[in-house]
Write a protein that binds this ligand. Structure first.
Ligand SMILES: [Zn+2]
Length: 127
């Protein structure tokens, strides 16, 4: 499941505070999910008071099945990602691609990385 969190957002333009729901992780193999990433609307909000749209710098994990990969967008350092990785490390059956998901700060580079990984041929077993 894609994971979502509720936050209280303070509009950077007018200071209005309101609740909204953000993605913490998203399943990229679903076309509707992929499209909100590629058209830059994921984790954006339009202020009900002043109408200004903001992109929330909230780190989230993009996962994809077949090919299997995962990528973090991490615009600001998030130590809970370190903790999550540590927790994964202790769990059986967590695949490497999840534990070793790259953490990318730049939004455009994040999208380029997804496009690249989508087309990467499945890794075959090492000789
Ligand atoms: Zn506002």
């Amino acid at each position: 499941m894609s994971k979502k969190v509720e936050i209280i957002w303070t509009c950077q333009n007018c200071g209005d505070r309101y609740g909204l729901t953000l993605y913490r992780s998203i399943w990229g193999e679903l076309p509707e999910n992929r499209s909100i990433v590629m058209n830059d609307t994921i984790n954006t909000t339009t202020c009900p008071n002043c109408g200004v749209t903001s992109k929330i710098p909230y780190p989230f994990l993009y996962t994809h099945k077949n090919p299997d990969f995962a990528v973090w967008w991490e615009p600001i350092y998030d130590k809970s990602i370190d903790e999550e990785k540590k927790r994964y490390g202790n769990l059986p059956g967590i695949p490497d691609y999840l534990t070793n998901a790259p953490r990318i700060e730049d939004w455009e580079e994040f999208k380029r990385t997804i496009l690249k990984l989508e087309t990467e041929p499945k890794k075959t077993a090492r000789p």
